[in-house]
Design a protein around this ligand. Structure first.
Ligand SMILES: Cc1cc2nc3c(=O)[nH]c(=O)nc-3n(C[C@H](O)[C@H](O)[C@H](O)COP(=O)(O)O)c2cc1C
Length: 201
């Protein structure tokens, strides 16, 4: 068993990266214009009352602006929006430059092409290590009529298309499972190094 003093941030990323998630962009609009950041840690938290949660990193410069506004939208990203997810995590660029967006009735930027949009109001925020747990009440939510598949994140990278995954699975079907060694990067981490440095714990 791994002892707690062996649990490095890198090992947390490598092992917990086996839990696949979707990806979102959290957006709001202040007096200077639209603000937003890519966010993996989105959860549907409670149905009654309707609550969602996200985990902003303490190093974020965007989250304090959104916290100050007290309300935001969560845009659920579709397959094929890898570049958008990377753009909304980069500093020194206009993150909204290469995407269509409109202001929702609730006053938040909704990104074109999203699978769904959730407008919500911040209710509580709890400290949690190098992140926080922000809980927000859902006021409006809507899914795109066109439907579509989600953008998925797995082992520090974007999940490849299903066909590629199926081919990988078929070629490894007779192999015994092997445990990832200490701090050994997963395969997807090599594919998408941009994601691995910003993985939320
Ligand atoms: C795939 C991916 C997932 C991310 N998930 C989160 C997250 O759950 N929470 C978070 O605070 N930042 C997350 N980030 C990092 C933010 O998008 C952003 O880089 C960070 O907040 C710093 O930018 P800022 O200073 O504008 O906030 C993620 C980035 C990527 C690429």
């Amino acid at each position: 068993m791994t002892l707690s003093h062996d649990i490095t941030p890198q090992r947390m990323r490598t092992v917990l990266g086996h839990f696949a998630t979707g990806l979102t962009v959290v957006t709001a609009h202040d007096s200077t214009g639209p603000v937003g950041f890519t966010c993996q840690s989105f959860t549907s938290l409670s149905l009654e009352p309707p609550l969602i949660s996200i985990n902003p990193t303490k190093g974020s410069s965007t989250w304090p602006k959104i916290r100050q506004l007290g309300s935001f939208a969560v845009n659920i990203l579709p397959a094929g929006s890898e570049q958008l997810a990377l753009d909304f995590s980069r500093k020194g660029i206009d993150r909204f430059d290469r995407v269509d967006w409109e202001i929702s009735a609730a006053g938040h930027p909704h990104l074109g092409g999203a699978l769904a949009w959730v407008d919500c109001e911040l209710e509580a925020e709890h400290e949690a290590g190098d992140h926080s747990i922000a809980i927000a009440r859902v006021h409006r939510l809507e899914a795109a009529e066109a439907g579509g598949h989600p953008l998925l994140f797995f082992k520090g990278g974007f999940l490849p298309l299903a066909a590629e995954l199926a081919a990988e699975a078929a070629s490894s079907v007779h192999q015994l499972p092997r445990r990832i060694g200490r701090d050994e990067p997963g395969r997807n981490e090599q594919r998408a190094s941009a994601g691995q440095d910003v993985l939320s714990a």
